[in-house]
Design a protein around this ligand. Structure first.
Ligand SMILES: O=c1[nH]cnc2c1ncn2[C@@H]1O[C@H](CO)[C@@H](O)[C@H]1O
Length: 482
C-alpha cells in the first residue's frame, strides 16, 4: 500500500484535497495531451525550474508545513542569490577568474597576495567597472551554480557533472568559510527553510576550517559551537515556527582510515558536548570512485567495540549509483549491517531485495532527494525513479533537497513537488503529503520529547494551513491564488 494510505482526512482536509487534486489533474492533463506542456518532473530541474514555479500545486506545497528536512549539506543549503547579493557586497571581498572562466572568492584585509594563475581583484571595483550591476551579479550567480541551458551537453556523464559540482563547492567555499559570513550563512539557511515552511532540519557538515581576516583559522570546536549557538538563537526568535535541528559530522570518503577514526572519536565527543544539536556520523562525496564503508570498517566499529559500547548513530550515504554489483551498491549492505539509522539516497536499493526487506523491518528511513538525482545521477524522468516503488510499498521514506543552492532551488518545496507529481502516482493526494511530513519528524534524530514538541508545532501549522487555504478558496469564489 502506498505511503499515506492509512491517513484519515477530516472534513476540511477533504475539501482542501479536492482543490489540490483538481489542480494536479489539470497540470497532468496539460502535459499528457500530444505536444502538451513539458511535465516538470520529466525535465531536468536545471532548465525546468520556471515550469515548476508556474504550477498551482507547487504554490500550495510551498505554503504547506513540511515537517523536517533531513538530508542537506552544510555549504549548499542557502539560495546562492544571497551569497551574491549580500556576501559579495561586503568589504574586503576579492574575486579571481581562472583560465576556464570560473570565479573564486576570498576575503583579504588589504592588497591580496599575488596569485598568477588567478589574480585577485576587488569585487567592488569590478562591479563598478561593469556596465550593468545586475547583469554582473547574475553572471556571478550563474558561474557558481550548475545552471546551464543544455545540461545534457554540459554534463554528458556522471563523472563530468560531479567534477563541476565539486568545483562549485570550492567556488563558494571562499565566501562561506570566512568567519563572519559563516555565522550569517547558517542563520540564513535556517531563515530560508523556515520561510519555506520547514519546522526542523538535519544536515551533514564537514566541520571545515574557517578563516579570519588576519589569516588565522578556527577549527571544529568553534564550528560546532557556532552551529549550536545559532540553533539556540534562531529557535528562541522563532519559537512558534521552528523547533531546531542537528548536525551530522561527515568525513569525505577519500581520506585514510585513520582520519575516519579520529572523526568518529570527535563525533563521540561532540555528541556528549551538544546532545541537543549533534546527531552522529556519515561519509560523503562521490560514492562510485570513493572508498567503501567496508574499507573503513575498523574505524566505524570503534564505538560499538568499546567496553561498555558507545552509542554513535550513523546516517550513511549509500547506494547513490546507477550501477549494480559494485562495491558502491554493496555499501547498502554494510550500512544496514553497521546499524545505520537512515540511508542517504539509497538509489540502488531496489536491486537488493534482501536489504530492502531489512530496511522496512527496521524502519530505516531512506532519504530521497529527487532533484539531486536528476542533476547528479542524470535521472531523466522522475516517474522512472526507483523510489516510486518505495512510495508504492509504503517504505519509510523522507523527501529532502540535498544541495538546493547549487541547482538554483531554495528550501524543500521544489523536491516535495517533484515527489508528489512523479514519485507518487497521478492519484496520490494530500494524504501522501501529510504522511511525508509526519515521516520526516518521526524518522529524524530527535529524542521522543523533541519529536512531540516538533510534531505539536507542525500540527498547529498544518491546521492553520488548511484553514487558510479554505478561506482563500472561498474568498476567490472557487479558485486558489486567483
Ligand atoms: O549528493 C551527495 N552525495 C554525496 N556527497 C555529497 C552530495 N552532496 C554534497 N555532497 C558532499 O558534501 C560536501 C559538503 O558538505 C561536498 O564536498 C560534497 O562532496
Amino acid at each position: 500500500m502506498r505511503i499515506g494510505h492509512d491517513v484519515v482526512l477530516n472534513a476540511n482536509e477533504q475539501k482542501v484535497n479536492a482543490i489540490l487534486m483538481k489542480y494536479k489533474q489539470l497540470e497532468v492533463n496539460r502535459s499528457r495531451v500530444h505536444n502538451g506542456e513539458p511535465f516538470p518532473p520529466s525535465v531536468n530541474f536545471l532548465v525546468g525550474k520556471p515550469l515548476v514555479e508556474k504550477s498551482k500545486v507547487f504554490q500550495i506545497i510551498k505554503s504547506m508545513p513540511k515537517g523536517a528536512a533531513l538530508h542537506l549539506h552544510d555549504t549548499s543549503m542557502v539560495d546562492l542569490h544571497w551569497l551574491v547579493k549580500n556576501v559579495t557586497y561586503r568589504e574586503n571581498c576579492y574575486m579571481c577568474t581562472n583560465n576556464k572562466y570560473f570565479v573564486y572568492f576570498k576575503f583579504f584585509p588589504g592588497t591580496p597576495p599575488s596569485n598568477p594563475d588567478c589574480p585577485w581583484k576587488s569585487v567592488k571595483e569590478e562591479r563598478l567597472k561593469a556596465t550593468n550591476k545586475d547583469e554582473f551579479d547574475n553572471l556571478l550567480y550563474l558561474n557558481m551554480t550548475l545552471i546551464t541551458p543544455d545540461p545534457a551537453k554540459a554534463y554528458p556523464n556522471i563523472d563530468a557533472v560531479w567534477t563541476r559540482f565539486l568545483q562549485t563547492f570550492d567556488q563558494v567555499g571562499g565566501l562561506i568559510n570566512y568567519a563572519p559570513v559563516f555565522v550569517d550563512y547558517f542563520y540564513e539557511a535556517l531563515t530560508e527553510f523556515n520561510q519555506d515552511n520547514v519546522q526542523y532540519l538535519e544536515f551533514r557538515g564537514l566541520l571545515p576550517k574557517v578563516y579570519q581576516l588576519d589569516g588565522t583559522t578556527l577549527g571544529k570546536d568553534w564550528v560546532m559551537k557556532t552551529y549550536h549557538d545559532i540553533f539556540v538563537k534562531f529557535v528562541d526568535e522563532h519559537r512558534h515556527e521552528f523547533s531546531g535541528g542537528k548536525v551530522i559530522y561527515s568525513g569525505l570518503r577519500i581520506v585514510p582510515e585513520n582520519d575516519v577514526l579520529s572523526q568518529v572519536k570527535e563525533s563521540i565527543r561532540f555528541r556528549q558536548l551538544y546532545p541537543d544539536h549533534f546527531a552522529g556520523y556519515d561519509l560523503v562525496g562521490q560514492e562510485d570512485p570513493g572508498k567503501t564503508l567496508l574499507e573503513y570498517l575498523d574505524a566505524l566499529l570503534y564505538p560499538s567495540e568499546q567496553v561498555p559500547p558507545i552509542d554513535l548513530p550513523y546516517f550513511f550515504h549509500a547506494g547513490e549509483t546507477d550501477w549494480e554489483g559494485t562495491p558502491t551498491d554493496h555499501n547498502l549492505i554494510d550500512a544496514v549491517l553497521l546499524n545505520t539509522s537512515r540511508i542517504g539516497h539509497g538509489y540502488a536499493l531496489d536491486k537488493h531485495p534482501q536489504v530492502m526487506k531489512m530496511v522496512k523491518q527496521r524502519n530505516i528511513a531512506v532519504e530521497v532527494n529527487p532533484i539531486s538525482n536528476q542533476v547528479l545521477l542524470l535521472v531523466s524522468d522522475l516517474r522512472n525513479h526507483p523510489a516510486a516503488d518505495l512510495v508504492a510499498q509504503d517504505f519509510p521514506i523522507v523527501i529532502s533537497s540535498d544541495d538546493p543552492g547549487i541547482w538554483g532551488a531554495r528550501g524543500l518545496s521544489y523536491d516535495f513537488y517533484m515527489a508528489f507529481m512523479a514519485l507518487a502516482g497521478e492519484d496520490a493526494d494530500l494524504r501522501l503529503l501529510k504522511k511525508l511530513a509526519i515521516n520526516s519528524i518521526e524518522l529524524s534524530a530527535m529524542t521522543q520529547v523533541e519529536k512531540s514538541k516538533a510534531s505539536n508545532l507542525w500540527r498547529q501549522k498544518w491546521d492553520a494551513f488548511i484553514q487558510k487555504l479554505l478561506h482563500q478558496f472561498n474568498q476567490s469564489g472557487g479558485s486558489v491564488f486567483g
